[in-house]
Design a protein around this ligand. Structure first.
Ligand code: ATP
Length: 215
């Protein structure tokens, strides 16, 4: 399939659209309007129409989008046809929770191997996933052709571990540590900082409250 260059903001919204389209399709709905989509995924309908326009004319004005067509299209774009194996590095509390999380239910992704330095867990299978010692990182990633890894080691070990991952051939890192990693420009890093996200939520709630008391 031809590669389409799309803005990052659009790329981020694709999984949202995709998930909602699955629901519509399961309900047997054949058409969806950008207004309906907009309400469901909380993205304004102008952005939705613009996003969809990057993929060519997928819908007609006043007629809506064909759910099945969209679904097939997004499935290809999001690589949902192929199962993507990812690695997990650091099987602590958070790492373990992610091992138990069923990514496959809505996305064709699975954690197929995990790595740690703790001898109590290496060489074992946890939640169906083999846990290897860090010394096996390079070999396993290349054997299993894995280029994406989730990083859930303690902050103190984050940068060094990320360096090792890049050295072992990782191209994309889902960084759950609060550390802002430095990595070569060809490596993609997605940061998921749960504590900061929560802090932001608390900040907004508090400012909502003070807005009310101000008035
Ligand atoms: P979490 O922060 O996920 O709640 P935790 O508090 O259980 O985890 P941490 O000390 O954060 O434990 O460590 C997370 C995991 O990372 C542990 O299983 C630990 O053995 C592992 N770990 C620590 N250092 C490294 C490293 N350099 N390489 C790989 N794994 C590591």
């Amino acid at each position: 399939m031809e590669k389409i260059k799309i803005p990052k903001a659009t790329a981020k919204r694709l999984p949202l659209y995709y998930r909602y389209l699955i629901i519509l399709n399961d309900e047997g709905k054949e058409k969806v309007s950008s207004t309906e989509l907009s309400e469901a995924v909380q993205v304004d309908s102008a952005s939705i129409r613009r996003d969809f326009s990057y993929f060519g004319a997928l819908g007609k004005r006043g007629y809506g989008y064909d759910v099945k067509n969209l679904l097939t299209f997004f499935k290809k774009i999001l690589n949902q046809d192929t199962l993507t194996n990812v690695a997990l590095v650091g099987v602590g509390n958070l790492g373990h929770a992610l091992l138990n999380y069923n990514f496959k239910r809505s996305n064709n992704i699975r954690i197929s191997c995990a790595f740690d330095i703790n001898k109590d867990i290496t060489g074992k299978i946890l939640s169906g996933v083999p846990v290897y010692d860090m010394s096996e990182l390079k070999k396993q990633l290349s054997d299993q052709q894995i280029s994406i890894a989730i990083l859930t080691v303690p902050s103190t070990a984050a940068q060094k571990t990320a360096d090792d991952m890049v050295e072992a051939g990782i191209k994309g890192i889902m960084n759950f540590t609060p550390i802002r990693l430095s990595a070569p420009s060809n490596i993609r890093v997605q940061n998921v900082d749960l504590a900061t996200e929560l802090q932001t939520l608390i900040y907004f709630l508090n400012s909502d409250k003070s807005d009310k008391t101000d008035k």
